[in-house]
Design a protein around this ligand. Structure first.
Ligand code: G3I
Length: 332
């Protein structure tokens, strides 16, 4: 049976990131998505760059199409993302200043979240706002919203989203939270501090999204650290979603069986830990099939062999990674 059913048996959601381009042009792929997934998330269509071609115009064609696709197939939909330092339109750098920042942020969130109110399971309200390398004591990333609005821009964003859609689950989403490195330890600490602060101020935040972009060649995955971190998050009264899981085989040997085995092992090790935590409610992979993955263009292999980071191969066949995810769900 498909992943959605195996997860549903345990009261969990399985889903994947999709794009308007792939779903609307590739029927066999769209059919596999509808069969395996219970929840979808647009890979780029809800980012500022996609929605805001000019400062005073919104462009909703692609995101509307995706929201309608999900509804027509009876699938849930996530929103990603309202506040992120990447995927901003070019005009952002010159048109945003301390005088209009608050209004611009409020208006963006009211318009986008309001448009889909009642149709979105959960929003990644703020994405990757923690960046300990920037040297602030609170670990927050130095970037325009922080510069213009101070650290409270995060709380402002959550309040605006809650007002526009009181039913949606609101999440803070971040990456690099599972490995046993100094950098990721600092990130876990800063994320926890941020979540604690938001909760203590009564901010409407309901979940942490853990992206889980993993490296098949990394031996730094630390089950104990991840487990403790998830417990700490859960003890704040927050749910947890694994929001963008994939395992890059960029640096693994060329042999496909070897690569697939290592990738599958990473999925299984990780999910065995994650699905033990009762606060975890959903697992989404960042794509479903190797036919469409950001890693192909952004982290290609030196030998030019196509990358294989996802549950289905480029021919839409289930891989060892699919089996590993299924097994982890079965034993959850
Ligand atoms: O929209 C243009 C299109 O008009 C043009 O024809 C095409 C040509 O390359 O580019 C299109 O934009 C691309 C966009 O994806 C939509 O496909 C951008 O170049 C490309 O940079 C962009 O990459 C996305 C990236 O976020 C930045 O938005 C990736 O697909 C997407 O997988 C990635 O996702 C992020 C999550 O949002 C946050 N966590 C990390 C994750 C991976 O980086």
């Amino acid at each position: 049976s498909p992943l959605r059913d195996r997860f549903a048996t345990k009261g969990l959601l399985y889903g994947a990131a999709v794009s308007h381009r792939s779903l609307s042009s590739d029927l066999p792929f769209a059919n596999r998505v509808a069969a395996e997934c219970a929840i979808l998330v647009p890979e780029s269509e809800l980012k500022w760059k996609a929605l805001r071609p000019t400062p005073d115009r919104f462009s909703f064609a692609a995101s509307d199409w995706l929201v309608n696709f999900a509804r027509s197939q009876g699938l849930l939909m996530r929103g990603h993302t309202l506040v992120w330092h990447e995927a901003l339109p070019k005009w952002f750098a010159t048109k945003v200043d301390s005088r209009n920042a608050e209004q611009l942020l409020q208006q963006h969130i009211a318009t986008v979240v309001g448009r889909y109110a009642g149709k979105i399971h959960s929003w990644d309200v703020v994405n990757e706002a923690v960046h300990p390398d920037d040297g602030r004591t609170d670990g927050l990333r130095q970037w325009p919203w922080l510069q213009f609005l101070g650290p409270d821009y995060i709380e402002t964003a959550f309040r605006a989203a809650h007002e526009a859609d009181p039913q949606a689950m609101l999440a803070y989403n971040d990456h690099h939270l599972e490995y046993d490195t100094k950098d990721q330890e600092a990130r876990r600490t800063a994320v926890l501090k941020l979540l604690e602060r938001l909760k203590s101020r009564g901010t409407p935040i309901h979940a942490l999204g853990i992206q889980a972009h993993l490296r098949g060649d990394a031996d730094r995955f630390n089950a104990k650290k991840l487990k403790t971190f998830m417990r700490d998050v859960a003890s704040l009264g927050l749910k947890i979603m694994i929001t963008e899981m994939d395992v890059t085989d960029q640096k693994l040997p060329k042999n496909i069986d070897t690569r697939d085995r290592i990738v599958a092992g990473s999925y299984e090790d990780y999910l065995n830990v994650a699905l033990e935590e009762p606060a975890v409610i959903a697992v989404l992979t960042w794509g479903l099939s190797d036919r469409y993955t950001w890693l192909e263009s952004q982290k290609p292999r030196k030998d030019r062999a196509p990358v294989r980071p996802l549950p289905l191969d480029a021919k839409l066949k289930r891989k060892l990674a699919w089996n590993a995810i299924a097994r982890a769900a079965d034993s959850a």
